[in-house]
Each structure stands twice: as structure tokens, then as C-alpha cells.
Design a protein around this ligand. Sequence first.
Ligand code: APR
Ligand code: ZN
Ligand code: ZN
Length: 361
Amino acid sequence: MPQNVRAVIARTKGDPVSLETIVVPDPGPGEAVVKIQACGVCHTDLHYREGGINDDFPFLLGHEAAGLVESVGAGVTAVAAGDFVILNWRAVCGDCRSCRRGRPWLCFSTFNANQKMTLTDGTVLTPALGIGAFAEKTLVHAGQCTKVNPAASPVAAGLLGCGVMAGLGAAMNTGNVGRGDSVAVFGCGGVGNAAIAGARLAGAHTIIGVDIDDRKLEWARKFGATHTVNAKVTDAVEFIKSVTGGNGADVCIEAIGHPATYRQCFDARDLAGTVVLVGVPRPDMTIELPFIEVFGRGGALKSSWYGDCLPSRDFPMLIDLYLQGRLDLDGFVSETIGIDGVEAAFHKMERGEVLRSVVTF
Ligand code: APR
Ligand code: ZN
Ligand code: ZN
């Protein structure tokens, strides 16, 4: 029987979100219905409702979630009713040209549910990132459910579903940070602080947090920054060079999505170093770089999509590190809110007051 549940919907571009009843079908072949326990508020949810992603309104928002599998459709064997899962937006296909070459974390053809969730009048919803988890229950592809240790709190676990994984992975996967590396992170919001935590876990010995807001820099130190710099007051590139023997950092991570800070990353990087872009630029932005230095400095300019994560590999491992007290996921949770608090949480996010607001059910 299809079920009616409450969910957060963006009906039209720019308008406040609304709490509505949606219809969740029973899971078909390869699908699962998940009872959501917690879902973080991410910039991408706001981008959807601002029309910045596409025009397929109405959107069912929310995509950074953990919960319990309620039921699965025909042929699903990897998860079963009762399993504690983190939802992912990289259900790898196993068959695209990237998967076939042994690089499933770059899968070009990820799975989402086939059936559609709708409003009660039958209007088809577009779930954010193929998930749609500001809802009491949601329908996903079974591959979007990653089982993790149920001892973890859903509020903390859900964070790995998007922003925190993006930051951790920017350092650990894309940047390939290793023991003894120096790392600079530009932008110390939820994503940047996760990159700082990832750099610490990976063994970086110098970690420099860059922001223009002193509150964020305080958080950065809590997550493992050994140095911080307020770029409004001090030239960030000069500062990074001054604490790395005049050389620059081995890995510079941009967690803002702005051409000016990308350029600073480029300039603050040591010879043969790596720039990782994890902040999401606006479509109209362009960059200009001194071409001879792109060549002459060597190294790599990389982009990090979802932290180049492979959910089946990374989520259970990171939850275990969390349970061992080695990864402070709880530190990212600024507040827990009800399902009716998403609009207010967007405004707090815009004002930079929170790392993460998390809806609990
Ligand atoms: N120099 C340094 N820091 C800056 C600058 C600047 N010129 N401009 C903004 N910042 C800081 C902000 O003060 C803020 O702390 O960047 C941080 C950005 O953090 P959030 O707005 O909290 O965003 P976050 O959730 O961390 O996401 C960062 O990654 O996933 C993407 O869409 C997301 O592009 C966004 C980025
Ligand atoms: Zn694939
Ligand atoms: Zn997100």
C-alpha cells in the first residue's frame, strides 16, 4: 500500500518551502523504503529551491540522511527491513565505463529509484539528489542505502551522506593527504571543517584553516587546524607560506566555490602540490590562471565530487572511526530541529551561524 507521509517541498523558485503530504509507493524491484531518522540541511537544498540546479519543480528536499530500512522490493539482497543505513547519492552501477575500469567512486551512471513519489494530487516530485529525505519516509534505490554500525547516532551518521563526506573525502580521497603533509583549507564551514578533520585523520602535520569569520576559525581549531588565518585581516597566501618554511602547502583545498579563493589556493601551493576544489562554483563564474605556472609548478589541479567517496567503502569505516572517538561528527551538529524548521535553517545557513542544522523525526 502506498503511504502518505509529511515532507518538505519547494514548489516554486525562490518561495519559502512548505510542509506537505506526499505519497510514497511500495518499493519495486531494486528499491527500498526508508524511515528517516535524521536529515541535515545542506547548501544544495537551498540551491534547488533557488532554481540554481534545474527547473524540475516541485522538489522534495533533503539528501543528507540516516534511517531504518522499512521494506525492500524484489531482488534486493544487500539490505533488509530493520537495517540502519546512511543514504548516498552514489549508488554505483558496476557497468559504466568508469566502474568497468575499477573506478566505481567516479561512476557515471548512478542508480536512483525508478518509481516516483508524488503529491496527493498526483504531481510528480523531483527528489533532491535522487533522495528526498526531509520526509518521514522516502523511496530510494537499494544501492543508495549503505549499512553502518547501528550504535552510531542517526544525527551524526546522516552527515556522512553529503557535506561532511565531501570535505573528509576532499582531503582523504581526492587530495590523497598523507602522513607529514601540510594542508591549507580555504573556507571553514561544514565542508571545510570536515576537510580539516580528514587531513588530521590522514596524518597531516600542519593544517591551516582560512576564513573571514573568526567564529569559523575557532571551529577549525577544534577540528584539528594547527594554524588559522583571517583572510580579511592577513594575506592568506603569505601566511600559509610563512608557516610552511616559505614553500606553501602540499595540498590546498578550496571549500567555498569562488574564483578568488581558488586563485589563492593555486598560489599557496608548494611545488608539485595539489589543489582540490570541493566548493561548488556558480555557473557564471570563470577563472584565469598564469598558464606558465600551471605548467611550471607541476602537481595537480583536481575537483572533488562528493569527496570522491565510495559509500560502501567509506561510510562504515568513518562510522567506526566516529564510534572510536577519532572523528568528531557530533561537532558538526549546531542544532537539531523539527521538520517544520527547514526554512529557518536556510536563513541561519545564509547568515553563517551554523555548521549543520539537522532535522530529526
Ligand atoms: N575567504 C575565506 N573564507 C571565505 C571567503 C573568502 N573570501 N568567503 C567565504 N568564506 C567562508 C565563509 O565565512 C564560510 O565559513 O567560507 C565558508 C563557507 O562555508 P559555508 O557557507 O558554511 O558552506 P559549506 O556548507 O561549508 O559548503 C562550502 O561546498 O558543498 C559546497 O555548495 C557548497 O560551495 C559550498 C561549499
Ligand atoms: Zn558506474
Ligand atoms: Zn548536500
